[in-house]
Design a protein around this ligand. Structure first.
Ligand code: ADP
Length: 344
């Protein structure tokens, strides 16, 4: 049982507010991803949970115990950094045993725990390898094992796959999620990759300028983004600005019923939710390009005022030679600052 509470935590570096009155509870066994653009405060927040940075204000508590001013080595947290910094003068076994020796565990207990955790990360029998004889993925597994062997209550991961190639990254994502679920370890994970967050997290925190923009499970975040920022940050999104008048949203080439008060609004439509119909109308969207991906195709469209949109169609062949289309969004979100309407 390990619950992480971050209460009203801020961090100010001279004039920069890196984290701004941040509140989050990570439940027992939950994996929460912090997702946001570079500079949004993700690493600073994670470092404050790990004890590598002291908050300017607020409280970090683990299982109800205030650890805000407890140094990293005395916290029940284990952190895996982007650059794993294994000790190259020690073999794999010694890298893992080091922390346990500091805790004065008996040698047979150390061996048992190191062997078990190496097995867990798929490196059984690798104890005698020099760390510089390992591939990038294996080194990252050792870094993870080095944290896990200390049996932390909370696992903290700071972009742990950033230096790996795409293929390896995808494999390690699945492995780490498996291990995390098997151990039931409460985990906070920093990434700027939306695919990583969508595929691994129980909940995603989208951060912007040190604040929470939205917290939600991946499917919810994808389908019901609360702000245009979240809408455009997760997945591909058409963000269309226009004007609402008499219950209708309009922009040259697009009209939609939208029963909200008159005024400007932004409509967000996923390419897969933007149905298109072949058209000969002069005021419809012009087809600019069709990219065939086999299983589906992406149609790039241009509205009469030059604004570009993307729509997904099942079969590129049905669109060959077609010049124009009318747009029929099936599902969308509408914003005036924050969300004002969803249609799904
Ligand atoms: P992210 O992890 O989302 O990229 P960071 O937490 O690294 O964001 O940074 C958030 C903000 O705080 C940035 O503006 C960054 O420049 C600033 N910052 C981070 N660490 C320091 C530091 N040690 N000194 C001064 N400013 C810092």
């Amino acid at each position: 049982m390990a619950v992480l509470d971050i209460k009203d935590v801020s961090k100010v570096f001279s004039t920069t507010v890196a984290v701004d009155r941040f509140n989050l509870t990570v439940g027992d066994g939950e994996l929460v991803c912090l997702l946001g653009p570079s500079g949004s405060g993700k690493s600073t927040l994670l470092r404050m949970v790990g004890g590598f940075e002291t908050p300017s204000a607020g409280v970090v508590a683990i299982d109800g115990e205030d650890v805000t001013r407890v140094p990293p080595e005395k916290r029940p947290t284990g952190m895996v950094f982007q650059s794993h910094a294994l000790w190259t003068h020690m073999n794999v076994f010694k890298n893992l045993a080091f922390g346990l020796k500091l805790r004065r565990l008996p040698a047979d207990e150390i061996k048992r725990r190191v062997d078990a955790v190496l097995e867990l990360v798929g490196l059984g029998g690798f104890g005698h390898r020099a760390t510089n004889q390992l591939s990038g993925g294996q080194q990252q597994r050792v870094a993870l094992a080095r944290s896990l062997v200390l049996e932390p209550k909370i696992l903290l991961l700071d972009e742990p796959f950033a230096s790996l190639d795409q293929h390896l990254r995808e494999r390690l994502r699945e492995e780490v999620r498996d291990i995390q679920q098997r151990l039931g370890i409460t985990t906070l994970f920093v990434t700027h990759g939306q695919d990583e967050a969508l595929s691994m997290a129980d909940r995603i925190v989208v951060m912007r300028d040190g604040k929470i923009e939205q917290v939600a499970p991946p499917d919810f975040l994808y389908r019901q983004p609360q702000t245009p920022f979240v809408a455009s940050f997760i997945g591909t999104m058409n963000l269309i600005e226009g004007v609402v008048s008499g219950g209708q949203f309009s922009r040259p080439g697009l009209k939609l019923p939208l029963p909200i008060a008159d005024g400007p609004a932004t409509v967000a439509v996923r390419p897969e939710a933007l149905a298109i119909v072949k058209s000969g109308e002069p005021d419809s969207a012009r087809i600019h390009r069709i990219t065939d991906y086999g299983a589906h195709a992406i149609v790039d469209l241009e509205l009469p005022d030059g604004f570009r949109l993307k729509a997904t169609v099942p079969d590129a062949r049905e669109w060959s030679g077609v010049q124009a289309a009318t747009l029929a969004p099936r599902a969308f979100a509408a914003y005036r600052e924050n969300v004002v309407a969803y249609r799904s």
